[in-house]
Design a protein around this ligand. Structure first.
Ligand code: ADP
Ligand code: 5GP
Length: 187
């Protein structure tokens, strides 16, 4: 069946969500994993669609009961991918995409070496900051916390399989599609 797990990572504000939305519109048969997080919902975010919003206590419970394929603390909140949903999708013969941070991506690769890791990079650090600010979803302290992660994220991306520069949106979507189709056809 050649079904694969793809992991998309990149710094906050680089455009992961936007690129992925464009990709999924053209490839609706891919399953996007919905993560758990202790972060508070942003206006417009819906529980069970954008994330499963959980309390710290529920999250810790899932860690203790070994429910996560991977989890990480990112800029003051916890995020994790449940094993159950991923395994179910792969068993049903569906290609799965995770949109997670670089720490989580490397955990997935350790456990599932066949997973394909794709890093989305900004055209420049100035543009990254402008996009993060321009989104108007985080306060200044949160923006700073997220920008502090960038150096470590670039370092971790050295262990990724692919890198896409999200300069022109349409080009980034097409490149993602090219990578994914190439990997599926070569599986
Ligand atoms: P992420 O999911 O990586 O945190 P988003 O997808 O929310 O990032 O994008 C952050 C902001 O950058 C959004 O306002 C989005 O519209 C914008 N954006 C995304 N891709 C591009 C691009 N290629 N060129 C210009 N702006 C972009
Ligand atoms: P945001 O708060 O902007 O939605 O996400 C912040 C960061 O957490 C992003 O880099 C996003 O990819 C990452 N993230 C989302 N879900 C998960 C997850 O399940 N696990 C990990 N490790 N990171 C996640």
């Amino acid at each position: 069946m050649n079904k694969k797990l793809f992991v998309l990572s990149g710094s906050s504000g680089v455009g992961k969500g936007t690129v992925l939305k464009g990709f999924l519109k053209r490839n609706p048969d891919f399953m996007l994993s919905i993560s758990c997080t202790t972060r508070k919902p942003r206006p417009g975010e819906v529980d069970g669609i954008n994330y499963f919003f959980t309390t710290q206590e529920e999250f810790k419970n899932c860690i203790e009961n070994n429910k996560f394929l991977e989890w990480a603390e990112f800029a003051g909140n916890f995020y994790g991918t449940k094993k159950k949903y991923i395994n179910q999708c792969l068993e049903e013969g569906k290609n799965v995409i995770l949109e997670i941070d670089t720490q989580g991506a490397l955990q997935v690769k350790k456990q599932m070496p066949e997973a394909v890791l794709i890093f989305i990079a900004p055209p420049s650090l100035e543009e990254l900051e402008a996009r993060l600010r321009g989104r108007h979803t985080e306060d200044e302290a949160t923006i700073q916390k997220r920008l502090e992660q960038v150096r470590a994220e670039i370092k971790r991306s050295e262990n990724f399989d692919y890198r896409i520069v999200n300069d022109k949106l349409e080009d980034a979507i097409l490149r993602l599609e090219e990578i994914v189709k190439g990997e599926i056809n070569n599986a």
